[in-house]
Design a protein around this ligand. Structure first.
Ligand SMILES: [Zn+2]
Length: 236
């Protein structure tokens, strides 16, 4: 079966998987002038697949004018240095994750648990460092096709952000929530502070959107907000 290269979510909004059909996802937002904002860059080897995804929507790296990182983990920021080089686009990330993106070291992990922290350190967690030209803060609205709102949802990492594209009503949750065999929390041992992850995700139930797009797992397009709210409510 042909590989999934790009999945349309709304006019000008595409999901580009970098692992499997939806195991790890990047996103492309195409502006009226044809320029592309790329959200997340996958792991170190993902850029080739992202470039194929861009080609499938009629774009090349030269069309990318902005790169936004949801957080500085190797499976999202690992390909950023190469894509920044190939596109010439500035990289934006929340200021609390900047030191990690710029050193190529993931933030502390383990969800507050020493064993988890030890195991994740064994698993690596280094990636090619990338300069962050545009530090982000909660509430920033990037001029992406009418407005891409930065929603700080720390916990998974200190500077983790979700992104709400207001004109198309697409929410990119980032790793604040997974949709792997159902909506669920991200893996605890990969979080800097799991309890904070759970606390800050509640803001995702209060935003307005029709499509919930995840960096791990396929999108929800049917009553997305209600499904996210139902999940968050279960947890109290
Ligand atoms: Zn992740």
């Amino acid at each position: 079966m042909a590989r999934t290269v790009a999945v349309p979510l709304a006019p000008g909004v595409w999901r580009i998987p970098t692992v499997g059909r939806a195991m790890v996802n990047s996103y492309a937002f195409v502006d009226d002038d044809g320029s592309v904002t790329l959200v997340d860059c996958g792991a170190r080897r993902a850029p080739a697949r992202i470039v194929r995804g861009l080609a499938a929507i009629g774009k090349t790296p030269a069309d990318v004018t902005r790169i936004v990182l949801t957080h500085a983990h190797a499976d999202h920021a690992g390909g950023a240095a190469e894509l920044a080089r190939r596109t010439g686009a500035p990289v934006a990330a929340h200021r609390a994750d900047m030191p990690y993106a710029e050193s190529g070291r993931v933030p502390p992990q383990g969800g507050g648990n020493t064993v988890g922290r030890f195991l994740t350190r064994l698993a690596g967690g280094r990636f090619p460092a990338v300069a962050v030209a545009r530090p982000l803060a909660d509430g920033d609205v990037l001029p992406v096709g009418g407005g891409l709102r930065v929603v700080h949802t720390p916990g998974h990492s200190p500077g983790h952000v979700s992104l709400l594209h207001e004109p198309t009503r697409v929410l990119v949750t980032g790793d604040a929530l997974f949709n792997v065999a159902g909506v669920r929390w991200p893996v605890r041992s990969f979080c800097t502070d799991f309890q904070m992850t759970q606390r800050t995700a509640h803001v995702l139930g209060e935003l307005d959107y029709d499509v919930a797009a995840f960096t791990h797992g396929p999108e929800l397009t049917d009553r997305a907000r209600e499904q996210v709210r139902a999940f968050l409510r279960r947890l109290g």
